[in-house]
Write a protein that binds this ligand. Sequence first.
Ligand SMILES: O=C(O)CCC(=O)C(=O)O
Length: 278
Amino acid sequence: MEIKSGFILPFSRRHLLHTMHNDYGSQDALRVQTWRLTLGSLSDNTSAWRMKVFVVVLKQIQKAAVCSRRWVSSCARGGPSPLRDRTLIVGSSRELVQSLGGQVEVRAAFITEQEEEAFLRELEPGLKKKRYEYDHWDHAIHGYRETERVTWGAACEEVLNRVRSVAFPDGSPLLGPVHILDLDKTGYIKAHIDSVKFCGSTIAGLCLLSDSVMRLVKEDSNKEWLDLLLPRRSLYILRDQARYSFTHEILKDEESVFNGQRVLRQRRISVICRNLPG
Ligand SMILES: O=C(O)CCC(=O)C(=O)O
């Protein structure tokens, strides 16, 4: 899918001025305009003074940008992560980001490094016995191996209970086995919608080993899309329309770009919980 234009949420300093000027409400745009005029009027002052003012202005813009994110459904939570303060969801329009807001979540740093290690200790021995599969041209997944698991050690079970409690409604019957998908560095998942026969309204996935980009595209209108930045150790949740009316895919390394920024894809393991069809 080619994306020609996108509604861009603040992601990095480089984008802030552009973003504020183009996408935020008129008050913010006016404020940026005022700051620009302020800078412009300092032509007869020293460059050190100009730099000082510029730094103050940048800080103000950052503060304003953070306040303007209220309609973003992503939330960064928990321990330190280099991706912690970045916006994790962008889309083709502000309206789409707002309307799907409650149905798409990315929780950065949902698990700790120690918890990630606990999963790897449990999963690696079984995964290593399998081969990555590459050559089925019609498969939705390329460069993967997979397994399922019903019983877990205490540390992983504790994390999975946390996933269940934030992702699924109380009492919602869950699919017993947890699905594990191991994508090689060159692996990717093509756009698809999970079968309604086997999976209910919610999909929740823990992301291990690598950052990645998940793309959601409206099934009947490919101009409507969301990109989710899934940092290593994050949890994503897709619910309802996001799960039924949008395809989802994990971008291959060469195409792994979020909001104009390259996201290096390494080998990635996802631990996916689903509920049963209602
Ligand atoms: O690996 C992932 O996180 C996505 C998995 C997926 O697309 C699916 O299970 O339908």
